[in-house]
Design a binder for this molecule. Structure first.
Ligand SMILES: [Zn+2]
Length: 306
C-alpha cells in the first residue's frame, strides 16, 4: 500500500504537469473510483471540464489538485482529492495513449508549456478514489499540505493529522498525544489522526531503527524515546523518498510507471527469517491488527512492567 514517500513521489511527478493545465475532457470508465465523490461519473466529468489546476499538494497519504477559482476570488476553494488506496496509480501519458490495464478515470489536459497530456488513474483493487471536494481553512493557518502555500485543506483530508515531514507538524503535540495512549506504539504510529503518512512498512522500519518492540505501550515511552521514534520515522521516510519509494508488491509506480527501489533498503518489513542487519538473529513476523509486524526479538525487546 502506498505510504507517504510513494504518494509524495507521485505528487512531485504530477505537479509540473498539472500546474496551469486546463481540463479538456474527463472520461470515467469505472464509477468505483468515485466512491468519495459527491455525485456520479457524469457529474464529475461536467464539474471538471474546462477548469484549470493550480498545482499538486499532499498531506500524509492524500494528495489533491487545487483548482483555480471560477470567479473573482484569489484563493482556491475546490480541489480534486486523490487517494491511491491499495493499488492506485496516477500516470502521465501522451494524448490518445491506449487504455491502461485497470484504467478507471482519464483526464485529458492542455498545459500552456508542455502541450496536451493525459493523467490516467488506474487501480487494480479499486480501493483508491478521486473526488471533487471543497477546501476549508486550516485551524493553525499554516499551509494545508506539502506543495501548496494555501492555508487550506480539502474537507476529506481535514480529519487527519499533519505528517512528520510537514514543517507545521508539532512535535510537542505528538509527544503529548503519545503520553495519553496506552495502546501499542505501532498502533499509534498507524493512527492517521495522530500522525499521517505512516503505514505498515515504515512503522516496522522506524521501530526497528528505534529498537522498540511494536507492542510497547506508547504512554510508557520517555520524552527522549519519543524523540528517537520521531527521528527514525523522519529518517526512514526521507530515505525512502530519495530512493523513489517502496514497490514491495509491484503495485506502486511513479507517474512514468517506474518502480521505486527502497525495498532493497528494508531492515525489518518483509524480511521474515532473514538475519537482522544489526545483530544477525532472524527477523520474526507476528500478526498485528489484521496485518503483520516484522521485528528483531533481540534488538527490539518488550520492556518488563515496572
Ligand atoms: Zn537484531
Amino acid at each position: 500500500m502506498p505510504e507517504l514517500p510513494e504518494v509524495e513521489v507521485v505528487r512531485a511527478g504530477l505537479a509540473p504537469a498539472v500546474s496551469g493545465a486546463t481540463v479538456l475532457a474527463v472520461t470515467v470508465l469505472d464509477e468505483r473510483a468515485l466512491t468519495r465523490h459527491p455525485g456520479d461519473g457524469t457529474h464529475f466529468e461536467g464539474a471538471l471540464t474546462g477548469r484549470v489546476f493550480r498545482g499538486a499538494a499532499r498531506r500524509g497519504k492524500f494528495l489533491w489538485l487545487p483548482l483555480e477559482p471560477a470567479g473573482a476570488s484569489l484563493s482556491a476553494t475546490e480541489a480534486v482529492v486523490g487517494h491511491l488506496g491499495m493499488s492506485g496509480q496516477l500516470l502521465l501519458r501522451p494524448p490518445g495513449a491506449p487504455a491502461e490495464r485497470h484504467e478507471r478515470v482519464r483526464l485529458d489536459l492542455a498545459h500552456p508549456v508542455h502541450g496536451e497530456l493525459a493523467v490516467v488513474f488506474a487501480d487494480q483493487r479499486t480501493f483508491g478514489s478521486l473526488a471533487l471536494d471543497e477546501l476549508i481553512p486550516t485551524p493553525d493557518a499554516a499551509p494545508g499540505g506539502y506543495g501548496s502555500d494555501d492555508a487550506a485543506v480539502p474537507t476529506q483530508v481535514a480529519h487527519i493529522a499533519r505528517d512528520p515531514l510537514d514543517p507545521a507538524f508539532d512535535d510537542a503535540v505528538f509527544r503529548s498525544a503519545l503520553s495519553r495512549k496506552v495502546s501499542a506504539i505501532k498502533r499509534v504510529l498507524l493512527d492517521q489522526t495522530v500522525v499521517s503518512g505512516i503505514g505498515n512498512i515504515y512503522a516496522d522500519e522506524a521501530l526497528w531503527g528505534a529498537r522498540l518492540h511494536p507492542e510497547t505501550p506508547a504512554s510508557s515511552l520517555s520524552t527522549r524515546t519519543v524523540n528517537r521514534v520521531l527521528h527514525e520515522v523522519r529518517a526512514v521516510l526521507e530515505k525512502a523518498l530519495a530512493e523513489g519509494g517502496t514497490s514491495f508488491d509491484a503495485q506502486y509506480v511513479n507517474v512514468n510507471g517506474q518502480a521505486g527501489y527502497f525495498a532493497h533498503s528494508l531492515h525489518a518489513y518483509g524480511r521474515t527469517g532473514q538475519p537482522c542487519d544489526r545483530c544477525g538473529r532472524p527477523i520474526v513476523r507476528v500478526s498485528f491488527m489484521n496485518r503483520s509486524s516484522h521485528y528483531c526479538p533481540h534488538c527490539q525487546r518488550m520492556p518488563r512492567p515496572a
